[in-house]
Design a binder for this molecule. Structure first.
Ligand SMILES: [Zn+2]
Length: 265
């Protein structure tokens, strides 16, 4: 029998926690002074979901060439499986500065699971990554499979991670959430689309998160060919943006919000 702490929490406490999370999420950065944020370059994050082989084979060397590191969200049961990265490859990327987060164990629709299975997918996957030295408890990040969750899933994730991406990246211990644009890069995404997203994010003083899946030739709509991927990196390099990780973006965000609240006093 697993120790499922969430079961021990009275329903009333769960309800009030859900309420407080839902009440704080929609609040965004525009309610506080943006003067400081306008001075800083556009923050861009490159996220790679699902742990496909091409992230190591194709994306990693290209990212190295441009001096960038990304964030990869891994379904832990797919590590070392065909068409996916091996643990050794992931560790090499981690050593090179890449950030790693959990993408559950088996990539299910988390809304459809019983409590024990949900706990294993959310917390069990985190513990696997911690055990492999890929994640620390203080900086544990999660991405919901298919970017779907409900209030119950979100609550469990919020109790076990610092931040998580569903439709947007949510920082759990921050009452104010950064403005952000999350865009999935598909096979037919054009460079002009990325230029437009950069322009929009700049205009909105928001973060830009580009989400990739497999970086390889062929495949389905989620495959981004390596030459197209390199064109995107080249565009980022030319666009005076700061490519960063979740941990670094959150640190900047926390400094920014604490500075803003000091200025308000
Ligand atoms: Zn996924």
């Amino acid at each position: 029998m697993k120790n499922i702490t969430v079961l021990a929490i009275p329903k009333l406490i769960i309800a009030s926690l859900i309420l407080s999370i839902l009440l704080t999420w929609p609040i965004n950065a525009q309610s506080i002074s943006l003067s400081k944020q306008e001075e800083s370059p556009l923050l861009v994050m490159l996220h790679f979901d699902d742990g496909y082989q091409g992230i190591y084979t194709n994306a990693f060397p290209l990212m190295e060439k441009y001096g960038y590191v990304g964030t990869m969200f891994l379904p832990t049961n797919l590590i070392d499986r065909p068409k996916h990265m091996t643990l050794d490859q992931i560790k090499l990327m981690k050593d090179a500065g890449w950030e790693i987060g959990s993408h559950s164990r088996t990539h299910p629709d988390l809304r459809k699971l019983d409590q024990a299975t949900l706990y294993d997918e959310v917390v069990g996957s985190r513990n696997v990554l911690i055990g492999d030295g890929l994640l620390t408890l203080d900086n544990a990040f999660f991405c919901s499979p298919m970017t779907v969750w409900d209030q119950y899933v979100a609550l469990l994730v919020s109790q076990n991670y610092k931040a998580a991406r569903a439709k947007e990246l949510i920082i759990f211990d921050s009452p104010i959430q950064p403005e952000q644009h999350v865009q999935v890069v598909l096979k037919d995404t054009l460079i002009v689309d990325i230029k437009h997203w950069i322009k929009q994010a700049r205009a909105d003083n928001s973060w830009l998160i580009l989400v990739f899946h497999e970086i390889a030739e062929g495949g389905n709509e989620y495959f981004c060919p390596p030459d197209q991927f390199e064109q995107i990196l080249h565009l980022l390099q030319e666009s005076n943006v700061k490519v960063t990780t979740i941990e670094k973006a959150i640190t900047e965000w926390e400094n920014f919000t604490s500075q803003s609240s000091l200025n308000d006093k």
